[in-house]
Write a protein that binds this ligand. Structure first.
Ligand code: CA
Length: 245
């Protein structure tokens, strides 16, 4: 039975937790408890599988055992942080009691929280709730990045100081991409956030809006350089990030 308090993202999607633990019984137990709380759980048993899973579809949180065969938890988190696709996914590290003196190292590597084994499932779930709640910060009224400034209250978009008239949908689309800055959003996430959960549209709808948005951006003074911030990530979706090269 699913708990009534199923934790969902603003889009209504169940939040996904990737459980990385080589002790299969423990991985299963954690997944079972997460699913009972209304989360979607995925499992990986090695560091390499964890990286592949995280890149295939970035989860909302990764619970990462530190002691893994082959690639360690420390190496996994270092790789995650290097990749724009996974750089901002929160990570909760599971450590052994003997690691306690090393915990600062974990934080330096980009760990958001840690839990020492053995832990109670109740504590783990409480920490998961806490991390996922703070994962959706209140959005600022004015977002700015590179040549873009987006003012929510005034419904205004400026590129290199020049006002660019956008439709309401284009404006929301740009806002969603900018708010997720650097993170890749897949088309269904974008549809939920831009058009509302349950909107009956095809993935292609988003592509059309993106094309229109890019065109308006590239026609502004900022030109093609600014349009380069709105990037297609082949096979995944879109991201707002600084153009390379
Ligand atoms: Ca282990």
């Amino acid at each position: 039975m699913k708990a009534a308090s199923a934790e969902k993202s603003r889009s209504g999607r169940h939040k996904t937790v990737l459980v990385v633990e080589d002790e299969r019984d423990l991985a299963e137990l954690i997944s079972f408890n997460l699913e009972r709380e209304g989360y979607s759980a995925r499992r990986a048993h090695t560091g390499d599988d964890a990286l592949a899973e995280a890149r295939r579809q970035p989860p909302d949180l990764i619970i990462l055992d530190r002691m893994l065969p082959g690639r360690s938890g420390d190496e996994v988190i270092t790789e995650l942080r290097k990749d724009a696709l996974t750089a901002r996914v929160p990570v909760m590290m599971l450590t052994a009691k003997s690691d306690e003196s090393d915990q600062l190292v974990g934080f330096a590597l980009g760990t958001d929280d840690y839990l020492t084994k053995p832990f109670s499932m109740k504590v783990l779930l409480a920490r998961v709730h806490a991390i996922l709640r703070r994962g959706e910060p209140a959005e600022a009224d004015v977002l700015s990045a590179g040549p873009f400034v987006l003012d929510r209250d005034r419904f205004e978009t400026r590129i290199d100081g020049e006002s660019v008239p956008l439709t309401a949908t284009e404006f929301r689309l740009l806002r969603v991409l900018m708010a997720a800055r650097g993170r890749v959003l897949d088309r269904s996430q974008i549809i939920d956030k831009v058009l509302g959960a349950g909107a009956v549209v095809t993935d292609r709808t988003i592509d059309v809006h993106i094309t229109a948005l890019r065109k308006k951006v590239s026609q502004s003074t900022g030109g093609g350089d600014a349009a380069g911030w709105i990037q297609t990530v082949r096979g995944v979706g879109y991201a707002f990030r600084q153009p390379t090269g």
